[in-house]
Design a binder for this molecule. Structure first.
Ligand SMILES: C[S@@+](CC[C@H](N)C(=O)[O-])C[C@H]1O[C@@H](n2cnc3c(N)ncnc32)[C@H](O)[C@@H]1O
Length: 238
């Protein structure tokens, strides 16, 4: 049996989901990433209703880690996600206050304005999920990459969406060979980069080699398993 099959993602049951399911399939990987990396700091750019953000928070709480989580968003929306009302922020903040206030906080601002609030080389896990135009993801990536620690991870969502003005897939094509990286193709795609000079990404002693189908199959299987939690309408907290 491959080591990945015994990882915590096999048993993780998400407690939070909204009706926006684009990221749900990556919750099992988020769980393993948090478990094996034992991060000091997780930062997410683009929280919206919190589907990805609260998955990281749940893992931090369940594994009883000493991790700070920071979610950054202006909570106004953008051209791809659509624009939305102010009450979205208050609902997400309430859920955070009720469940994760000890280690999680939000910065309600544009990403560029928040840049000076985070120290260089301080982030263990950076999730980029803001505006998905090529110029925006490129801008966010190069602005925030210096904030990531050596051996830290950067996640980019939507690397498989090739419609309208989504351009993360083009940006991913350009950069992923420059770093140890791994691509998931389900749930709109998730690209993962590890910030070091090695050739292959590794996590918890597991080598994320793209030729190894066990890893892709494992996360695809568990992305489907967790839909029994995230697809239930009474699971949609917000
Ligand atoms: C795709 S949504 C995030 C989805 C979320 N991660 C999830 O799991 O469902 C993108 C979010 O990024 C925010 N956003 C986009 N560009 C931004 C910017 N430059 N500064 C702050 N927030 C921004 C939008 O307000 C929106 O809520």
């Amino acid at each position: 049996m491959h080591k990945i099959h015994l990882s915590p993602s096999s048993f993780f049951c998400p407690k939070y989901s909204s009706h926006i399911n684009n990221w749900h399939g990556h919750i099992p990987f988020a769980c393993d990433l948090v478990y094996y990396e034992r991060p000091s700091l997780i930062v997410e750019l683009g929280v919206h209703l919190g589907d990805s953000y609260f998955a990281f928070c749940q893992a931090v709480k369940e594994f009883n880690l000493n991790t700070q989580c920071i979610g950054i968003d202006n909570w106004q929306g953008d051209e791809q996600s659509g624009f939305y009302d102010e009450d979205v922020f208050y609902k997400v903040q309430n859920y955070n206050n009720e469940n994760y206030f000890k280690f999680s906080r939000f910065i309600k601002s544009d990403f560029d304005e928040a840049l000076n609030l985070i120290e260089d080389k301080s982030i263990d896990i950076l999730h980029l999920d803001g505006c998905h135009k090529k110029e925006n993801i490129s801008h966010d990536f190069y602005n925030w990459f210096p904030k990531v620690k050596e051996n830290g991870y950067v996640l980019l969502h939507d690397i498989t969406i090739n419609r309208h003005d989504f351009g993360v897939y083009q940006f991913w094509e350009e950069i992923h060979d420059n770093y140890p990286s791994y691509s998931f193709f389900h749930s709109c795609g998730l690209g993962i980069i590890q910030k070091n000079n090695k050739s292959i990404l590794s996590l918890g002693g597991i080598t994320f080699d793209s030729s190894n189908n066990s890893i892709k199959d494992h996360y695809l299987y568990h992305s489907l398993r967790i839909t029994q939690f995230t697809n239930k309408s009474d699971a949609h907290i917000i």
